[in-house]
Ligand binder design. Sequence first.
Ligand code: AMP
Ligand code: GLY
Length: 422
Amino acid sequence: MKIMVVGGGGREHAIIKKIKENKNVTEIYALPGNGGMAKDATLVDIGAKDIEAITKFAVENKIDYAVVAPDDPLVLGCVDALEAEGIPCFGPRANAAIIEGSKVFSKNLMKKYGIPTAAYEVFDDMEKALAYVETCPIPTVIKADGLALGKGVIIAEDRETAKNAVISMMQDKQFGKSGDHIVIEEFLTGPEVSVLSFTDGNVVVPMISSMDHKRAGDNDTGLNTGGMGTVAPNPYYTESVAKECMEKIFLPTIKAMNAEGRTFKGCLYFGLMITPNGPKVIEYNCRFGDPETQVVLPLLESDLLTIMQATTNGTLAETEVKFSDKHACCVIMASKGYPQSYEKGFEMTIPEEIENSVFIAGAKLSDGKLLTNGGRVLGATAIAETLKDAIADSYAMVNKISFENAYYRHDIGARAMAALEE
Ligand code: AMP
Ligand code: GLY
């Protein structure tokens, strides 16, 4: 089978390594992938947002199955375009990807179907939004409607910050058209849990839970990033929380999307907060999370490609989805300065014996050398019987990898360890 994976980060590398385990796979193309994946996939120089070129490539190369991993192409209708050419895909169509593409859509969906989430108001008029933040409870949370590279969320601890956020989104258009509409919502508290799930539109099968570490600095300080590390499972996601999530969030969401004529197939990511009043949805993503995927897929014992195909064919209920009962920890190594400006082009050395456990996000090949080429450079994932060992093993790997200006957090998993010891 010839497989095509759209995207080029650590998540895609983790997906590719897992798909490779399927014996029927003869070829994997990564569009565009990155130099760090060259041993695992054939790199094709087509950008993940170039739907026309992606579709043309898939047709010309007789691709048997396509995995569209990032949010942008999904929201732009990459799956629709490939399906129109008869190519089966993993991922939602555009009319379902809107669950991530528009926060106004997802908030209204949750309200209409009684799915627990933060209370909110939607604004398309800046004056009204400014008047609202004069009196609303503080802290408050301000979100741009559309995709904003994970940066469209401002937690305002005071009214001044709230006002500035409204102005920068709605007047200065910091996130372009994503700021035409904004959501202002209730500030929730509690531990966060990421639950990725497979769904074929009929059933929803949660994967092992995970915990992201979004802030750039140790002890959750500094700017928000795409994610600086993950552990799985997440100790806050107990059996009773899982049961409540299935009844009140996961199934109702799948049913709501069906009722709206927007059947969701692929990976639906639930960003949850376990509040004192029970689990609530912070956000939906229409795709695998990154770096969550870098701990979740290494723990998957069943065949990923078979599961993906089952989400396309509507046969997920009959398909085995089994996770290991071990623990995983992924530490992201970034370029110093990320998520703001950083230098790149430094040579990387990764010892061969750990290559299988390293997912490369930002690298390029130049004269046979692997050079850093992004903010998040790679993720080092260890699996062990205990969380403590997984953390120690992933940091041991980090210590064996070197490149100039490398930066990483030193406390990935510390909060989860503390929760286990409570
Ligand atoms: P998002 O991009 O929607 O995942 O939001 C980024 C981060 O902002 C989340 O991971 C939470 O830590 C935080 N956040 C978002 N919404 C809320 C909320 N209503 N209350 C508290 N924190 C929030
Ligand atoms: N790690 C969060 C995300 O992928 O959106």
